[in-house]
Design a protein around this ligand. Sequence first.
Ligand code: PRT
Ligand code: ZN
Length: 283
Amino acid sequence: MKLKIAIQKSGRLSEDSLRLLKECGIDLSNGGNKLKSTSSNFPLEVYFLRDDDIPQYVEDAVADIGIVGENVVYEKQKDVQVLEQLGFGKCRLSLAVGRNDEYSRAALQGKRIATSYPVILQQFLDRENITAEIHEISGSVEIAPGIGLAEAICDLVSSGSTLLTNGLKEAETILHSQAVLIRHNQLGAEKMAILEQLLFRLRSVRQARNNKYILLNAPNDKLDQIIGLLPGMKSPTVLPLATSGWSSVHSVIDENDFWNIIQQLKAAGAQGILVVPIEKMIL
Ligand code: PRT
Ligand code: ZN
């Protein structure tokens, strides 16, 4: 029995999806097959598909699980379960208008909005009691205002440079999106057991990515203050240094707190601070 996972064949999510599986210790032979690959050391079969098709394949149980953007999951409205955010493929679905246009929700009333996300956009408009004309187009949405097809657009944005080069400005974000793991609604016990193993590995990898291992030297009279700055998994490890009056302190810190804590540690007298990546972290 193998668990079948669908990932994007070629596009923005492909590389990160493959890397995540690799970091989970899953080897994939690329036996020249462009559609499918089987792991030699984990009961997993990988299908390479267009991202738009992945929710449907998972609903139909052609694939048991899949990696796809939340934007696609919510747009396609297939009967699948979202299991986990994966921390990559981050972007936002935003309304944008001409650089010199004034934006307000009320001003959208009666306007034409071009988008590849008619379902999510319609939900937003309904929520806000706005009646606007949605023009669904499948690509290059950002050129719609320039060619007179619409007054506004609703499209994915990450750096914002596409909007900028097309004379548009981001007006309002209607969805924040990232890649997620989705699953078929009914998986048998055997497949669920494989999925649990995969989830355990995924969480360990993601946990590790969000944390750093920190080592530093501290004068003993400042130990309490320095330890107070380090939450650690339980509490920091403190080892005496050969130089008397000094200790070595080891701990784990959250990536997000990193620069903040480093400044405070230095101020408290910590020296020789080393920060190293963690490969796997089992809680
Ligand atoms: O061939 P296939 O259908 O599989 O791929 P695709 O062309 O439909 O999708 P792809 O590879 O472009 O995107 C896959 C997923 O990546 C999307 O569904 C999102 O979840 C996620 N993602 C993250 C993005 C972006 N960032 C992004 N910036 N998808 C698209 N864009 C586009 C956006 O549409 C716009 O054209 O990039 C442009 C804006 O980028 P900035 O940086 O200029 O703002
Ligand atoms: Zn697509």
